[in-house]
Ligand binder design. Structure first.
Ligand SMILES: [Zn+2]
Length: 300
């Protein structure tokens, strides 16, 4: 079993009750200084493993999804040109677990094709027969062009092995930023739904906006995953969520548990986990926010 080698999960009682008995047990374990990590293969409940950056392993409804794989070794790629801290090489941190375990899934969801969400290492390492779920025909064609033979397009009513997946909209920056930097392009999120299970909404690379608000209204998620590293292109406002966006999501969905991802792994993400944690404490919503370390698994 893989053990978490970073900060143990800290859950408030209220948050643990929201997440269920497993999480409450985990919070007790954390209180006792025990690891809360589980094997990605173990257990029957739904789990989310923060791998690195926006790369997640989500076990939902008995299906093992890999989201937005960035699988290269630490420092493989140059920093994004024209962005904050571009002298740093990406990824900033290593993978927290062996690649073979990350790849042991039933399907891959690619929210968009930016290289920190679908990288050359992922293209090279994933089996070409792996089902890949893309946001639109254009992305699907590019993925197929890399040799993948089972590429599907997400819709508002996709089903994969009994799990209902609904594509949600997002926007990777403000209107002005997108006009100035067209390659930021189209992005999506996904709502995971199954009778009897908590609804999980993965917002993807978006800032807080009417798309996110609409997805919350439509899907009424119990758990919301936010890409919250506050990525900055030089001279523009952030192109993914920062602390103010996370607070806005909390205000729109006060009963949901928020999970912050896409942090501390890519050069231009300027918000640290510690800063987001401190902000949430100051603003009084820390009990609704989980900020998993890389390699950490949460029961959702
Ligand atoms: Zn990203």
């Amino acid at each position: 079993m893989l053990r978490n080698n970073d900060t143990p999960t800290r859950l408030s009682r209220r948050q643990a009750l929201k997440l269920g008995a497993g999480a409450f047990a985990a919070s007790l374990a954390a209180g006792l200084g025990l690891s809360t990590a589980r094997s990605w293969a173990a257990g029957t409940g739904n789990t989310l493993t923060q791998v690195r950056n926006a790369t997640l392993r989500i076990n939902y409804g008995g299906v093992r999804f890999l989201v937005d794989p960035l699988l290269a070794d630490k420092g493989t790629y140059p920093g994004f040109e024209g962005s904050a801290n571009s002298e740093l090489r990406n990824p900033l941190v290593p993978l927290p677990m062996p690649v073979d375990h990350i790849l042991d899934v039933d399907a891959v969801i690619v929210t968009h094709l930016h290289s920190d969400h679908w990288d050359d290492a992922a293209k090279a390492r994933l089996p070409k027969s792996m089902p890949i779920l893309a946001q639109n025909d254009e992305d699907a064609a590019v993925i197929s062009g890399s040799g993948f033979t089972d590429v599907r397009v997400l819709t508002e009513a996709t089903e994969f092995n009994g799990v209902r997946l609904a594509k949600t909209a997002g926007q990777h920056g403000t209107d002005d930023t997108l006009r100035a930097i067209p390659p930021l392009g189209q992005v999506c999120g996904v709502a995971f739904r199954q009778p009897g299970a908590k609804t999980l909404y993965l917002a993807g690379d978006t800032i807080w906006n009417s798309h996110v608000e609409k997805a919350i209204t439509e899907h009424r998620p119990d758990v919301i995953v936010l890409n919250a590293g506050k990525a900055v292109m030089t001279g523009f406002p952030p192109i993914i969520m920062g602390e103010a966006d996370v607070l806005a999501v909390h205000r729109a969905a006060p009963d949901a548990v928020l999970i912050a991802s896409h942090m501390e792994a890519i050069n231009h993400c300027v918000l640290t986990r510690a800063e987001l944690r401190a902000f949430s404490e100051r603003e009084g919503f820390a009990s609704s926010l989980l900020i998993p370390a890389d390699g950490e698994t949460l029961r959702v």
